[in-house]
Design a protein around this ligand. Structure first.
Ligand SMILES: [Zn+2]
Length: 237
């Protein structure tokens, strides 16, 4: 089994042009199964509900929408150590259940308004979510994904995402290690993340080359929803 969980991150009106470019590249490759990670109100300044151009762009995509935080608050400057910590992020760690619940509800309401959907999955910004409040996610979602893997509450699949951007200083290095990782793995699950930042920091071409390599080597584009419930590919058991 070779499942490629392809995600387009930070889908927000703030990065409309970058998102359009990413979607176009996926369409060129005839990829229909991918995860669209929508942030409903980027940094509190880019609400999706009334942005018809954005809504139409996303609606046209064959991928599946997943909730990606609410405001995707930025990391503090000098957040290098925070970035290394699997448990620290600016939006969903270090806050109490009631605050998390409020954010999730706001995010879900935005997606409902914009796309008339109820997403089944949640990916927290920076893949960081407070473990203490995992139960809360079960109220709204069938699965969530963090840096360690994909968690379907009943079952968990470890897989560290392959990424191509990490700000001005680390993107090139990350892209290179990601490139190496794509050449090693032969079976199982690959999580492959594309970010608007890949375009900003010049690593997008590298990401696309690696994507083409994976496709050529039999990796099957998939959506997270494929592993909901009883459906578990036998090679993973
Ligand atoms: Zn993000």
């Amino acid at each position: 089994m070779q499942r490629l969980f392809l995600t387009v991150h930070d889908v927000t009106p703030k990065f409309m042009e970058e998102c359009r470019q990413i979607f176009e590249e996926l369409a060129k490759r005839n990829i229909k199964a991918f995860n669209i990670l929508v942030t409903p109100n980027w940094h509190g300044k880019a609400p999706i509900e009334r942005n018809t151009e954005f809504i139409n762009l996303v609606k046209k995509q064959p991928g599946t929408i997943v909730l990606h935080g609410y405001e995707h608050k930025p990391r503090k400057k000098n957040a290098f150590y925070e970035a290394l910590d699997l448990n620290k992020g600016p939006e969903f760690s270090g806050i109490e259940a009631a605050a998390i619940d409020r954010k999730l509800k706001l995010g879900l309401a935005s997606l409902k308004k914009a796309f008339n959907i109820e997403p089944r999955g949640f990916v927290p910004p920076y893949w960081v979510y407070s473990k203490r409040h995992k139960k809360l996610l079960e109220k709204y979602f069938k699965y969530y994904a963090d840096k360690r893997g994909i968690d379907y509450f009943e079952k968990k699949f470890p897989a560290v995402p392959i990424i191509y951007s990490g700000g001005k200083y680390f993107s090139t290095l990350l892209a290179y290690t990601s490139h190496l990782r794509t050449t090693f793995k032969k079976e199982g699950i690959i999580r492959f993340a594309l970010h608007p930042d890949d375009i900003t920091y010049g690593t997008f071409a590298r990401a696309l080359k690696d994507l083409d390599f994976l496709l050529k080597n039999g990796w099957q584009p998939s959506v997270y929803e494929e592993l909901i419930g009883d459906f578990v590919p036998e090679q993973l058991l």
